[in-house]
Design a binder for this molecule. Structure first.
Ligand SMILES: Cc1cc2nc3c(=O)[nH]c(=O)nc-3n(C[C@H](O)[C@H](O)[C@H](O)COP(=O)(O)OP(=O)(O)OC[C@H]3O[C@@H](n4cnc5c(N)ncnc54)[C@H](O)[C@@H]3O)c2cc1C
Ligand SMILES: NC(=O)C1=CN([C@@H]2O[C@H](COP(=O)(O)OP(=O)(O)OC[C@H]3O[C@@H](n4cnc5c(N)ncnc54)[C@H](OP(=O)(O)O)[C@@H]3O)[C@@H](O)[C@H]2O)C=CC1
Length: 471
């Protein structure tokens, strides 16, 4: 068994782990730092654009783990998987038989798809997380004629938007689409784009090749997967879809999958029974039903876990064991959140948590004080849904406001959808779809809790330059 010593040990090469390494490289360049990564490729953030102080957009790509050495000469990369953590003696053990001592450890092992119940016995029920799972999806798409997509969040929305040439039946338990991110009004706005997009794209064949992982060594340990996919992951699927297939999309609202069974000697191999009594036959099912934290190793002493199964962390990303930290999808944000922040398992938050963990680990080892980063004051998410830029701020769907709020809307069909969520005349959240240019103003209005009552509906009057009010 080989032995290594480190001051800081990071586990996982996703955005959280890599950001933690990068931040420690700046804070403590002389310290010995080890990253355990199950994949030879790690995630990398680039082209960071600030729409406002806390509203950040960036690209996510993959890079060789060895390139991290450029930023941290004392970084040692262990291509292996964490098997066991002895928190008492501060030793981590890997599957490959390496023993690593540490002074502080940060667990960044990400998440795994949380699939509908029959997935364990039916291989035609697929979850999407990494390159391997997309390849599985690709293979099913090649010969598939009809697929059922279950779930109403990010992945389902992206698949419905991007995939053509196959019959799509989208089963959602809400009354409207993309409910994780938007409200019924915005869903209607986006749904118009689904129709327009399908019409526009009918004969388009896209040939962009985004991924490089398939060409290279991916998982060092074949039982482990690589990090969660990057943006535009679905474009990889476009190469395999015939443009001659059927284009139909049927959305079944307020329904869930009751069970799925495999059938022989029938036109379609799967029979899907829904809670509304309806049954669908199809070739395969995509279960885009969320993620669960990946705690795939053992401990001598378990830390406290959050309700969602993640490792509970305080505002410094510290677990209930003081020298053990956690960040990204594996962590459960268990501190008292500020009024306009909540946890959603997203890149932005993986990055923010990874950086926060690094600062707190460094402060702990150097016996310094550290405060939580300002970014946890406001929930922000920039993404693209059905071809539109979407910016979500604060309590954008009135989350936790107990239905005691007002909504102010400005909609220009096909162009922009702006929703303000106001409570006692103050802005609590916003959905900005399209090129609205309102990000910075909304950020300020939410953070400063300015009373907007005197401005009435003018706050969203397109003929008035609202910024003038606040100069
Ligand atoms: C298809 C898809 C599309 C997405 N699109 C978006 C989007 O548009 N915008 C957005 O904000 N978010 C998106 N997300 C969510 C985002 O990808 C995740 O929130 C984020 O990547 C989490 O980062 P992470 O570092 O915590 O975990 P991961 O990226 O999952 O990385 C975890 C790493 O830990 C490694 N690991 C696991 N166990 C071990 C072990 N025992 N030992 C060693 N290494 C281990 C894994 O191999 C992996 O490399 C998407 C997710 C998916 C699946
Ligand atoms: N553009 C973006 O920002 C994207 C972000 N992502 C992120 O990647 C991760 C994985 O994405 P995804 O899988 O779409 O997860 P999400 O958490 O975004 O969405 C999961 C959806 O599945 C629903 N659901 C959960 N269980 C069931 C069930 N048994 N039957 C029917 N519906 C169910 C949820 O409903 P309910 O809410 O009612 O529980 C929710 O609508 C998430 O963290 C997501 O935020 C992924 C793709 C794109």
């Amino acid at each position: 068994m080989s032995k290594l010593n480190s001051k800081y040990l990071i586990v996982g090469g996703g955005i959280a782990g890599v950001t933690c390494v990068e931040t420690l490289a700046i804070l403590h360049p002389g310290a010995t730092l080890i990253i355990i990564t199950a994949s030879s490729l790690v995630k990398n953030v680039s082209n960071i654009t600030f729409y406002a102080k806390t509203i950040v957009k960036f690209d996510v790509s993959e890079t060789e783990a060895s390139s991290l050495k450029k930023i941290h000469p004392n970084l040692h990369i262990v291509y292996d998987s964490l098997r066991h953590v002895d928190t008492t003696h501060k030793i981590a053990y890997t599957d490959g038989g390496i023993e690593i001592t540490f002074e502080a450890i940060c667990i960044c092992t990400g998440g795994i798809p949380k699939l509908i119940s029959d997935s364990k016995k039916i291989s035609r029920i697929i979850g999407i997380r990494d390159t391997e799972s997309v390849e599985h999806f690709q293979e099913k798409l090649r010969n598939g004629r009809r697929m059922v997509v279950v779930g109403n969040g990010g992945i389902a929305s992206e698949i419905i938007h991007a995939i053509r040439g196959i019959e799509k039946i989208w089963v959602v338990r809400d009354e409207y689409i993309s409910a994780t991110f938007v409200d019924p009004g915005a869903a209607e706005f986006l749904q118009d784009s689904v129709k327009n997009y399908q019409e526009k794209q009918e004969n388009t064949v896209l040939r962009r090749h985004i991924f490089s992982e398939e060409d290279k060594l991916v998982s060092v340990n074949k039982n482990l997967k690589s990090a969660a996919l990057g943006p535009d992951w679905y474009r990889k699927l476009e190469n395999v879809i015939s443009s001659e297939g059927k284009q139909e999309l049927e959305i079944i609202y307020k329904s869930e999958v009751e069970y799925v069974i495999e059938k022989e000697n029938t036109e379609y191999p799967l029979y899907v029974k829904l809670s509304n009594g309806k049954a669908i036959e199809c070739d395969f099912v995509i279960s885009a039903t969320g993620v669960e934290p990946a705690v795939n190793f053992t401990w001598d002493e378990e830390p406290v876990f959050g309700k969602d199964g993640g490792i509970a962390v305080n505002e410094l990303q510290q677990t209930s064991i003081p020298h053990v930290f956690a960040a990204g999808d594996v962590a459960s944000a268990s501190w008292e959140h500020s009024a306009h922040w909540f946890q959603l398992r997203l890149w932005t938050q993986a990055r923010q948590m990874g950086a926060m963990a690094a600062k707190a680990m460094h402060a702990k080892i150097n016996k310094e004080d550290v405060l939580q980063d300002f970014c946890f004051e406001l929930f922000t998410h920039c993404t693209t849904l059905f071809g539109h830029r979407v910016v979500l701020l604060g309590k954008y769907n009135g989350q936790g406001l107990d239905k005691k709020y007002e909504i102010l809307l400005r909609v220009t069909h096909g162009h922009e959808y702006i929703k303000f969520v106001l409570q006692n005349g103050k802005l609590q959240g916003a959905i900005l779809i399209g090129e609205t240019d309102l990000e910075e103003m909304c950020e300020n209005l939410i953070l400063d809790q300015i009373d907007l009552t005197p401005y009435g509906d003018d706050i969203l009057n397109p003929d008035i330059d609202i910024d003038d009010y606040f100069d």
